[in-house]
Design a protein around this ligand. Structure first.
Ligand code: AMP
Length: 208
């Protein structure tokens, strides 16, 4: 199963991706997670990505495409993968399409998780994650359990200022992927408003 997950920041892609990869036993490839790991490790890639991420801007295509091409060529991705946060631009989608074509592979589904902008800022500014397990919480909608509450952290780019710029980047650079994949008959639209369990059921129903 080769799945792409697209949707605005804070749509719940990370939360839902965890459930999907468990079900299909495929690796969860999140470019955001890969960049954050590189920033934490202080690698040259991390130093390059950090300035874009802090500003809520996209990391340049040539950097991101190379990273993903290397990752999907690894053994664990040979039977499939879920790409979370990639592609985010039409050139990225074209590069991915080219890489898959070269190997005679195709995408099974491009899931579009739809959430209106009004909900995004509230979801993102309240988002916290557990650095030990990677679990994602929301201070109001899905508070962390007491034993975890003291150690949860907030992403550097989950501030109100960065969210506005991330949403702008989504509309300007990523939204064109919707007609791009619709024209290729792989787009699956899922309503991303509601409780995580409810949304997971919608996704399962659509993926079959
Ligand atoms: P995410 O965790 O998916 O919200 O990504 C966090 C940040 O990482 C984004 O705001 C971008 O700065 C960067 N990033 C992640 N994926 C991509 C991508 N496919 N293209 C460019 N930048 C990306």
């Amino acid at each position: 199963m080769r799945i792409i997950f697209i949707g605005p920041p804070g749509a719940g892609k990370g939360t839902q991706a965890t459930k999907i990869v468990e079900r299909y036993q495929i690796p969860h490839i999140s470019t955001g997670d890969m960049f954050r790991a590189a920033v934490t490790a202080g690698t040259p890639l991390g130093r390059k990505a950090d300035e874009f991420m802090k500003a809520g801007k996209l990391v340049p295509d040539e950097v991101t495409i190379g990273l993903v091409r290397e990752r999907i060529a690894q053994d664990d991705a040979s039977k499939g993968f879920l790409l979370d946060g990639f592609p985010r631009t039409v050139p990225q989608a074209e590069a991915l399409g080219g890489a898959l074509d070269e190997d005679g592979l195709r995408l099974d589904a491009v899931l579009l998780l739809e959430v209106p902008d009004e909900l995004i800022v509230q979801r993102i500014t309240g988002r916290r994650s557990d650095p030990e397990t990677g679990a994602i919480y929301h201070i109001e909608f899905n508070p962390p359990p007491a034993e975890v509450a003291d150690r949860v952290t907030q992403r550097k780019d989950d501030t109100e200022v960065a969210v506005i710029s991330r949403l702008d980047a989504y509309h300007a650079q990523t939204a064109p992927l919707v007609p791009f994949y619709d024209a290729r008959s792989v787009l699956v639209r899922v309503n991303g408003v509601g409780a995580p369990a409810e949304i997971a059921e919608r996704i399962t129903a659509k993926l079959g």
